[in-house]
Structure formats: C-alpha cells, structure tokens
Design a protein around this ligand. Structure first.
Ligand SMILES: Nc1ncnc2c1ncn2[C@@H]1O[C@H](COP(=O)(O)OP(=O)(O)OP(=O)(O)O)[C@@H](O)[C@H]1O
Length: 239
C-alpha cells in the first residue's frame, strides 16, 4: 500500500477533459513534482485531491483509506494541506492573524493558536513581518505566508502550487530551501511548478503531464530527457 495514491482519475468540465485517467503514487517523505505546460491539468489535479471539485471518475487513497468522497474541510482535517497558485491571504488581516486562522483547525484555544502560529511564522522566516497587513507584503513574502497558513493546518501531506512562479532566481532558491526544510520535518510534499529547473533540483520523482495525461514518470533526469517532455515544452523541432 502506498502512502498516497491517485487511481485513474478523470475530470471533465463540460466537453473539456482537463484530467484524463491519471494514476500515480507518492511515498511518505517524498517530494513528488508534477510538471506540464500551461493548461495541462496540474492545478486541476490539486483541486481534485483537495476536493474543491468532485472527480468525474477514479479514486484517491490516503494512508490506505479512500478519501475522494470526503468534503474539502475533512480533507484538510485528515492532514492534507494546500497552497494556491494565486495567493489568497486574508488581505486586511496581519500575517499573524492569517496564520492563526489556519491553526484554529487544530485548537479552539486562542493562546495555543497564537503560539503555534508564531512558531510557524518563525520557521518560515516571517517573524519581522508578523504584525504587517497581508496585503502590504511583496509577492515573495505573500508566497511564504501562503505556505505558513497551510502549515498551520497541521498537514502530513502538503500540496504546493507554483510556489516559485514570479520569483527571481535568488527568491526561488530561498523558497526551495524552505520546501526542503518542511520535508525535513517529516511532511510529504507534492509540488507543481512549470519551471523545469526548479523541479529538477528539488523533486525525488517527477510526473510530467500534458492534456491531462501522463507523458513521463520517474527520476528528474529521466523525465527531463524524455522525448515527450521535450516535445511538450519546446515543440516538435526539439524532440
Ligand atoms: N473550473 C473550471 N471550469 C472549466 N474549465 C476549467 C476549470 N478549471 C480548469 N479548467 C480547464 O482545465 C484545463 C486544465 O487547467 P489547469 O488550471 O488544471 O492547468 P494547469 O496545468 O494548472 O495550468 P497553468 O500552468 O496555466 O496553471 C484548462 O484547459 C483549463 O481552462
């Protein structure tokens, strides 16, 4: 039994098949990357796992239990957290309040939620900004806040959606460092990026998709050299 398993999942939006019979497994402690060109179905996979949308077909298992029929708040409660590609902090609230909002999933105590939030803010390198309103933060810090909010919900499995998009190389490097640090605490990570270089450096294994279907799965180097992946990213001339 795998720690996490997606079995033959399909999602149709009317006539458009965004995800098509996709299957993969993730082992505990792994950083599992999903790559693919724009519109290839990556975010839809996250939306299906976190039950923002119901599946059209297929099954999803976490620690041996079927979870695809659970509502979104239950998915979070059983330990699957996520971030969003378009970061969505509660804009008028401070960094601390934003992270506390996540921590309330695990406690009703204001004191405990605050303490937990402060630990996570520190872990994510946001201590200097904790009293700042979320809307005043520049993008790299907002992305960090997004990760902090997801961590505050106490996930065992964390879904990271385009954490490095819009960051310069130095900021990307810092984000990657944070992601590794999260994995070192024992959290399993599934990460979406379409910047191949970022994924190559961080993932234990990579799934490449196009038009909602698997085109390659394996170690980063194998996937990067796969003709279908080269074709999807660079066009026929390079394959
Ligand atoms: N709620 C929705 N309703 C209708 N179509 C949708 C919806 N969400 C996604 N799609 C479509 O499904 C396909 C896959 O989109 P998705 O956002 O999953 O791709 P992606 O790989 O994450 O793209 P990007 O890298 O641009 O974020 C696209 O054609 C998109 O337009």
């Amino acid at each position: 039994m795998s720690y996490f398993e997606v079995k033959d999942i399909t999602k149709k939006f009317g006539g458009l098949t965004a995800v098509s019979s996709l299957s993969f497994t993730v082992e505990k402690g792994e950083i599992f990357g999903i790559i693919g060109p724009n519109g290839s179905g990556k975010t839809t996979v996250f939306n299906l796992i976190s039950r923002f949308f119901p599946l059209t077909a297929g099954e999803i298992y976490f620690k041996g239990k079927r979870i695809d029929q659970l509502p979104a708040h239950k998915i979070c409660e059983i330990g699957i957290g996520r971030t969003f590609q378009v970061v969505k902090p509660l804009r008028r609230m401070t960094v601390l309040e934003n992270v506390m909002a996540g921590a309330f999933l695990r406690t009703n105590s204001m004191g405990r939620a605050r303490h937990r939030a402060e630990e996570i803010i520190d872990f994510c390198g946001l201590t200097r900004y904790k009293e700042r309103e979320a809307k005043s933060l520049p993008i790299p810090l907002r992305k960090r806040l997004e990760i902090a909010r997801a961590l505050a919900t106490g996930p065992e499995l964390l879904l990271l959606d385009e954490t490095c998009a819009g960051l310069n190389p130095k900021e990307s490097e810092e984000a990657i460092e944070l992601i590794r640090k999260i994995r070192d605490t024992g959290i399993t990570i599934i990460i979406i990026e379409h910047i191949m270089k970022v994924m190559m450096g961080i993932s234990d294994r990579i799934l490449a998709i196009n038009f909602g279907r698997q085109i390659a799965l394996g170690k980063p180097q194998e996937v990067a050299n796969h003709p279908e992946v080269i074709k999807a990213y660079l066009g026929d001339a390079y394959a």
